[in-house]
Design a protein around this ligand. Structure first.
Ligand code: ADP
Length: 224
């Protein structure tokens, strides 16, 4: 069974009386353990797609099945619960709580779920991605690459099957971007499904499959 399946997915934004079609009927499936890059020019619908896949937004039409469950028809609280258990999300701008330590930021998804707060696990995850000596630093005391590592730790803490990244290296220099990609690669080797949006070919080269979008449609789907 596919981990992610979208069928004829559509999203139209309404601004006043004008309808803007951001996704115009997109279908594909992603199997467990894949590493997929989503590419396409600005305005092609990549962020819109990621927001729907990440259960941050709802489609206007079509279906989104996540791990066999229809995520397009869930109520807001049910969608939040699915997001918490099934999905880790890494953003371009890290989105960490500025006053919380690396450890507290990592524990955040556990505070929103019924899981017990597992400080030991959060420490372990932070150590495994090279932040064992930065547990009590706040985001301002960390470099961009370190902040993105904290965001990755936060995405991992509930052990979701899939990690989504929306331009996760977009705010980082090239060398740091490569380091972050090697973390995603290692996670993928350990069995996580990884789906990232990028417009850099070097970054997409870490993935094994590239979905290219144009004008709200899937233009190509290639293994590499
Ligand atoms: P990409 O991530 O590939 O740059 P987006 O998904 O951000 O593309 O945008 C796709 C289209 O939808 C664009 O025409 C964009 O202007 C429009 N769009 C995106 N978000 C909104 C929004 N919240 N309201 C209205 N239009 C939007």
């Amino acid at each position: 069974m596919a981990l992610i399946e979208v069928r004829d997915l559509k999203k139209t934004y309404g601004i006043g009386s004008v309808d803007i079609p951001a996704l115009r009927g997109v279908s594909f499936a992603i199997e467990p353990g894949e590493f997929v890059a989503i590419m396409g020019p600005s305005g092609s619908g990549k962020s819109t797609l990621m927001n729907i896949l990440g259960c941050l937004d709802r489609p206007s039409g079509g279906k989104y099945l996540l791990d066999g469950a229809d995520a397009s028809r869930l109520s807001d609280p049910a969608r939040a619960a699915v997001r918490n258990r099934k999905i880790g999300f890494v953003f371009q701008s890290f989105n960490l709580l500025p006053r919380a330590s690396a450890l507290k930021n990592t524990l955040l998804p556990m505070m929103y779920s019924f899981e017990r707060k597992d400080v030991k696990l959060a420490r372990q995850i932070l150590s495994s991605i090279g932040l064992g000596d930065r547990l009590h630093h706040t985001p301002m005391q960390l470099s961009g690459g370190e902040q993105q590592r904290v965001a990755i730790a936060r995405a991992l803490v509930n052990d979701p099957p899939v990690i989504f990244g929306d331009e996760p290296t977009g705010n980082l220099d090239t060398a740091t971007g490569v380091e972050i990609m090697s973390i995603f690669q290692r996670l993928n080797e350990q069995g996580k499904t990884i789906v990232i949006v990028t417009h850099e070919a070097d970054i997409a080269a870490h993935a094994r499959r590239v979905l290219r979008f144009r004008d709200g449609l899937l233009e190509s789907d290639s293994q590499q």
